[in-house]
Ligand binder design. Structure first.
Ligand code: CP
Ligand code: NVA
Length: 321
């Protein structure tokens, strides 16, 4: 092959490689979506919920790389792939050793030769970003220290089912501004939900996340007073005070968050038809009083079920193309 031929071949390869990399869709953060895409995913999840088994991903394989424990995320992705005619492969922390046994970039490149998509649950958010940077298949964030986008997309589906719409609602979040709260705040700013949060000092949303939400046009009220945020809420949402990986801080966090428990008194300040949400697992008697998960306002098990339907919508969207 002459000089020109080699150069042309290189250019062709480079352009193809760049195009594939640029067009590859990942779901690492709610910020990867706009409001139209969120609405499309909700519509698709509703359709897939009606027609449980549709072979839309026949012959496709999904790898699940988890650095942290999981019940809902792991099982719902696995069952979702099964019901869509595909196959899921769970890789435990010990098996993969992300960044320890081998660099994350190599894990991404090797897995991309075998599977059609990767779900990763990591400690550092940078780890899912690195996976996405080197993978040539879609990467889905199954929870990182900064975000939990799949949870929040499923939650929007639950809220839509219960309330009939999203725009104009008020969600009041009480507790730690963690991964779940970050994704919720960003999602609310995109779909026109008024997001209010009560957290103690030191556990409030970061300036970056707040700035991103405000840029999207989101209404955000930030306070240290749970009573103030819950008044008039359509949805009262909480999550654990100590997330996975923060166990050494549990005692300090219990002290910092005393007074932030969602109990029947706090719930009674919300609208009469308000719903109570929690991504689970819950620490009963800490962020949520005993019995609240079974109260009439609680929709936590519908939330958990909707993880399955939303995972299917996400998988079809990212893997089918
Ligand atoms: N809500 C949620 O992501 O649950 P798991 O940690 O059990 O996956
Ligand atoms: N904030 C929690 C969510 C679990 C689904 C955690 O990261 O442990």
């Amino acid at each position: 092959m002459g000089k020109i031929g080699r150069l042309q071949l290189f250019m062709l390869y480079y352009v193809h490689y760049r195009t594939v990399r640029i067009e590859m869709k990942h779901l690492l953060s709610i910020a990867n979506l706009d409001s139209k895409e969120i609405q499309r995913l909700i519509r698709s999840a509703i359709e897939l919920k009606r027609a449980v088994r549709r072979p839309l991903l026949e012959g496709r394989t999904l790898a699940l790389i988890f650095e942290k424990p999981s019940l809902r995320t792991r099982v719902s992705f696995d069952v979702a792939m099964h019901q869509l005619g595909g196959h899921a492969l769970y890789l435990s922390p010990a098996e993969v050793g992300l960044g320890e046994r081998e660099p994350i970039s190599d894990v991404a490149r090797v897995l991309s030769r075998y599977v059609d998509g990767i779900v990763a649950r990591t400690f550092s958010h940078k780890s899912v970003e690195t996976l996405a940077q080197y993978a040539t298949v879609p990467v889905i964030n199954g929870l990182s220290d900064e975000e939990h986008p799949c949870q929040i997309l499923a939650d929007l589906l639950t809220i839509y089912e219960k309330k009939g719409s999203l725009e104009g609602l008020i969600i009041s979040y009480v507790g730690d501004a963690n991964n779940v709260a970050n994704s919720l705040l960003l999602a609310c700013s995109l779909v026109g939900i008024d997001f209010r949060i009560a957290s103690p000092k030191g556990y409030q949303p970061s300036d970056d996340v707040l700035a991103q939400a405000r840029k999207n046009g989101g209404q955000t009220l930030l306070t240290e007073e749970p009573d103030k945020v819950v008044q008039g809420a359509d949805v009262v949402y909480t999550d654990v005070w100590t997330s996975m990986g923060q166990e050494a801080e549990a005692e300090r966090r219990r002290r910092s968050f005393s007074g932030y428990q969602v109990d029947s008194r706090l719930l009674s300040l919300a609208k009469k038809d308000a719903i109570f949400m929690h991504p689970l697992p819950a620490h009963h008697g800490e962020e949520v009083a005993e019995g609240i998960l079974d109260a009439p306002q609680s929709v936590v098990y519908d939330q958990a079920e909707n993880r399955l339907h939303m995972q299917k919508a996400i998988l079809v969207d990212l893997l089918k193309g």
